[in-house]
Ligand binder design. Structure first.
Ligand code: UDX
Length: 458
């Protein structure tokens, strides 16, 4: 019934698994579905197949409570749930721009074919605007109209590392609906979130929109965040030639509440499974719709972001006294420690990671590169098998002629420059995230180079 609808989540990747587990925690009866048998076996056995703080405990507690189950059967999902959330991946297409909707098409079609009772199908995956309408047509094609299956869209805003909080205590819920029935079902499906907020004296704003707006909210939010990061990185570029300090600049502009101080950390730029691919897919879609000009600035956002990787190469060549040719610097014969492979700290995710990309470029320029990351080693090895990986920070920096800190893990931020100085061949450091205490490192005899900040004097 509509008071406590039963929920399914199709696609138990990062998004779907987190949602399935957290909604069980909120008291819903939940079924998670995936075509990947190994993934489902792991989850059913109480193991989260990726790294996300707090999720393992919730998975086990809710399996034990009997509110949460997993399956690879479309029929079981179709029979079970009142509301089906589509959480499958929408990877970048082969052409490097648009989104690949194959998984959305497959999961929706198969689910629809197995439905025998009224249900709401809710898209959660990040998709090009217009997808919800297309999904609605797909559903109509594969279901009996008497069943009155409806479609809605409800984007998510999970940040890796904070995903459990982001689901249980979101800063807003957005639903794109066409009918009161869909609206009511979605409200019931989120009542657990509103109730939790009420007990904590908070309010979760609910924004009800049409399909197109709901789809756009997600990509607009990510485009804004990417733009904010590239804005401050563009300021870093200017600081580098003008002799300013972008970290102080960010602090100063961030005090204006209209600007805000978050997401103004200059560094090697944004990566991960969302921001880079989403801004490209958004541009491709706008182009298709004839509004390409409106998003042309996102192309610049992308370029600024990628130029920061080149800046590290330039600094490396400078510090190591190598000349840069048209094909970049020749770093052969040098030994470089790369600290960080994950696209951000507290994550094992290396998708589109600036750190790993820079490590690969340094290696390609001839350097003997040793990479260390506290969590991301396994994924890094799979993504960049050609690089040399070591098990500890100490091992990475031993005999290194240059240390590059490219992901701001606490282990690197808190590293003792004096102790590390004993291990390296020479004290040269590039702080790709402006996360080290520049003065402290300079006092310990290091030549320090940050991003968009002047060189400290020892
Ligand atoms: C992002 C969005 O934040 C989230 O709302 C959306 O649902 C998915 O995409 P996520 O990919 O987990 O989440 O990472 P996020 O914390 O946003 O960081 C993205 C990248 O930007 C990282 O590589 C990070 O290092 C970089 N970043 C972030 C900066 O370079 N500077 C900043 O100030 C903030």
């Amino acid at each position: 019934g509509a008071s406590r609808p039963r929920l399914s989540f199709l696609g138990t990747g990062y998004l779907g698994a987190t949602y399935a587990i957290c909604f069980a925690e909120l008291g819903y009866e939940v079924l998670g579905f995936d075509v990947d048998e190994a993934k489902i076996a792991k989850l059913a056995g109480g193991q989260v197949p990726f790294h996300e703080p707090g999720l393992d405990e919730l998975l086990r507690a809710n399996l034990a409570a009997g509110r949460l189950r997993f399956t690879t059967s479309y029929q079981e999902v179709a029979d079970f749930a009142d509301v089906h959330f589509i959480c499958v991946g929408t990877p970048q297409r082969g052409d490097g721009m648009g989104a690949d909707l194959t998984y959305v098409e497959t999961s929706v079609t198969n689910l629809a074919r197995h439905l025998t009772r009224r249900a709401l199908i809710v898209g959660k995956s990040t998709v090009p605007v217009g997808t919800a309408e297309w999904v609605e047509q797909l559903v109509a094609k594969h279901t009996d109209p008497q069943l009155q299956i409806e479609v809605a869209w409800s984007p998510e805003f999970l940040q890796e590392g904070f995903a459990v909080e982001d689901v249980l205590r979101p800063n807003r819920i957005v639903v794109g609906v066409k009918t009161d029935w869909a609206n009511g079902m979605l409200y019931a499906a989120h009542k657990g979130v509103f109730d939790l907020a009420a007990t904590e004296d908070r309010e979760v704003p609910l924004v009800v929109t049409d399909f197109a707006t709901a789809e756009l909210v997600k990509v607009a939010a990510n485009a804004f965040l990417a733009t904010k990061i590239s804005f401050i990185n563009a300021m870093a570029e200017v600081c580098e030639v003008a002799g300013g300090d972008v970290t102080q600049l960010a602090k100063a502009i961030g005090y204006d509440p209209r600007i805000g101080n978050r997401f103004l950390q200059a560094g090697v730029g944004f990566g991960g499974g969302c921001l880079p691919k989403d801004i490209r897919a958004f541009q491709a879609r706008a182009q298709e719709l004839g509004a390409g000009e409106a998003l042309r600035f996102l192309h610049e956002v992308d370029l600024v972001n990628l130029r920061r990787r080149g800046r590290v190469m330039q600094l490396a060549a400078e510090l190591l006294g190598r000349r840069s040719g048209p094909a970049g610097p020749d770093l052969s014969g040098t030994r470089i420690a790369v600290l960080g492979a994950a696209f951000k700290p507290n994550s094992d995710d290396v998708r589109d990671s600036p750190s790993l990309a820079i490590a690969a470029t340094l290696a390609k320029a001839g350097a003997d590169v040793r990479v260390y990351d506290p969590q991301g080693m396994e994924n890094a090895r799979a993504a960049q098998p050609g690089l040399s990986y070591v098990a500890t920070m100490a091992e990475a920096v031993t005999d290194a002629e240059l240390v590059c800190v490219l992901t701001e893990w606490a282990e690197f931020r808190n590293a003792d420059p004096q102790a590390m100085g004993e291990l390296v061949a020479q004290r040269l450091v590039i702080d790709g995230r402006n996360c080290l205490d520049a003065a402290l490192w300079a006092r310990a005899g290091w030549q320090y180079r940050g991003m968009g900040r002047p060189h400290p004097q020892a």
